[in-house]
Design a binder for this molecule. Structure first.
Ligand code: TRP
Ligand code: ZN
Length: 491
């Protein structure tokens, strides 16, 4: 009998406490191979063996992304940006990889600058770079086998203009963004990669089911500020007029969440947050041209983090901030360093991106069909913040229903166009509100804490959430949530 079956009859609130205790021993005792995890997608501990992602590829919406059986543990990214505002780059990326099954070769997603050299544990290795011109996927195929359970360090150097991954639904090119210099404004670059733009920059296993840690070193001209996801470690000046800044992100995140921003930026350090023995540094970055009215709402970031931690559990990283950018794009929850367009510099959007640090970054998707797990929670956070301010949530609830008036669908996306539609955001949020209304605030908070604690670093599906709902909140709550997930119309 699995722990989840045993605990199903336990009263919900009591259970939440025992769950943490149950989960850990289960992880240690579980010796099931990864393929077994797929047979039981609903088990809370599915894929729970540390470093062993559940076997989730190919993704129905992105069948060519990622390599089944490849587990990248760490990316050491070194980027030189010789002329900010242009797409020119030099890159030197080392991936620490591991095989979850015997691999005949390693196939990384890549459409970035031209490859100069590839080494495998320090030795040259044959490789082939296929490009997407004729509908073949962009892959850097490294012709070396990797037996199950073995590690390798793969180092790729490249130089030239960054690639770009077209996103037809958003009508932009994902990946490395270049903002050319104008007479009044110096050039800038930044990443905007969800869902699959990171492989326009570096070779990677570009799917959220394989989160990894990142070290990022950026070399830029003197006077240019360069920031990336993670905590800043060092800033070294070189004799040639450049400097190199290093950031370390020690909590695994999906590849699309790698954030980098380069430009002539003001750095605004806020007071540290010290919640429950945790120290969180807060730093925002604004292009020097950006006026105070745009900067003002970011002063609330610390309060937002504090309020959301109360609902979601401990903040999963040790630093946070926003990097404001000038182009018109959606905001993006790049890990520890949200990418915030000037046009989205509003409190509500800041709340939304902070919430994604838990939902999407710490708790990654197993499949792009389940974007509502990211967007529904991040949208619901907007209501939680509204109420924390002592404001009425009714207008927000009404606006979500209004957004769904033209039509809705079951929560699991079946096309790429649905991934970021109104249903993912507004119906996802309404589903969580319905659940909260049924079980009450205390049980709902316990449920959220349990979800973030048990799913951090674990690629997560809708079924995992439903299973947790049943375990923590009971079968009635799970039935309610299931109706919101599966019914064609709004329940
Ligand atoms: N995840 C982002 C947010 O809601 C939005 C986003 C990222 C997006 N990529 C996208 C929206 C592509 C539409 C299309 O915070
Ligand atoms: Zn979002």
């Amino acid at each position: 009998m699995t722990p989840s079956c045993r605990t199903a009859a336990t009263p919900p609130v009591l259970l939440a406490r025992t769950l943490a205790v149950l989960t850990l021993p289960t992880l240690i005792l579980t010796t099931t191979p990864p393929s077994h995890a797929q047979a039981h997608p609903a088990a809370i501990t599915a894929g729970g063996a540390v470093g062993t992602p559940p076997d989730v590829l190919p993704d129905p919406l992105y069948p060519t992304l990622g390599q089944p059986g490849l587990d990248v543990q760490h990316y050491d990214v070194r980027l030189t940006v010789p002329a900010p505002g242009t797409p020119d780059l030099r890159s030197d990326t080392t991936l620490t990889v591991r095989a979850d099954r015997d691999l005949n070769d390693v196939r990384l997603d890549y459409s970035g600058p031209r490859v100069l050299n590839v080494t495998w544990n320090g030795q040259p290795v044959p490789y082939r770079h296929t490009t997407g011109q004729d509908a073949t996927p962009d892959k850097l195929i490294i012709q070396r086998s990797l037996p199950e359970g073995q590690d390798a360090r793969i180092r790729v150097t490249a130089a030239g203009p960054a690639g770009g991954v077209p996103d037809p639904t958003l009508n932009i090119t994902l990946g490395w963004q270049s903002v050319p210099a104008t007479p009044t404004q110096p050039g800038a670059n930044f990443t905007f990669s969800e869902p699959d733009g990171t492989h326009s920059l570096i070779p990677c296993n570009d799917h959220p089911s394989d989160p990894a840690t990142f070290t990022t070193t950026l070399t830029v001209p003197r006077g240019v500020t360069a920031v990336a996801s993670g905590s800043r470690l060092a800033d070294r000046a070189h004799l040639n007029g450049t400097h190199s800044v290093t950031f370390a992100l020690t909590t695994p995140v999906p590849t699309y969440a790698l954030g980098i921003s380069v430009g002539t930026l003001d750095t605004v350090r806020r007071p540290d947050l010290g919640a429950a023995g945790q120290r969180i540094t807060l730093t925002d970055y604004f292009p020097t041209s950006v006026p105070d009215a745009v900067r003002a709402p970011y002063a609330r970031t610390g309060d937002i983090l504090t309020a959301l931690s109360g609902w979601f559990g401990p903040y999963p990283f040790s630093t946070y901030g926003s990097a404001v950018v000038t182009p018109d794009l959606p905001a993006l929850e790049t890990a520890t360093l949200s990418t915030m367009p000037v046009r989205s510099s509003r409190e509500r959007v800041i709340v939304h991106e902070v919430a994604h640090q838990w939902f999407g970054n710490a708790v990654p998707l197993a499949s792009w069909t389940d974007t509502w797990l990211n967007e529904g929670f991040a949208t619901y956070a907007e209501l939680l913040w509204t109420q924390a301010q002592g404001q009425d949530a009714a207008p927000l609830l009404r606006s979500w229903r209004d957004r769904l008036r033209p039509g809705t669908r079951p929560l699991t996306a079946t096309t790429r166009a649905q991934m970021f539609d109104a249903t993912a955001y507004a119906r996802g949020a309404l589903a969580l509100h319905a659940l909260r209304t049924q079980v009450g605030d205390d049980a709902f908070r316990t449920f959220l804490h349990t979800y973030t604690r048990t799913r951090t670093g674990q690629p997560t599906r809708t079924e995992d959430l439903l299973h947790l709902t049943r375990t923590v909140l009971g079968p009635q709550a799970a039935d309610l949530l299931n109706a919101w997930i599966t019914q064609p119309d709004l329940p």
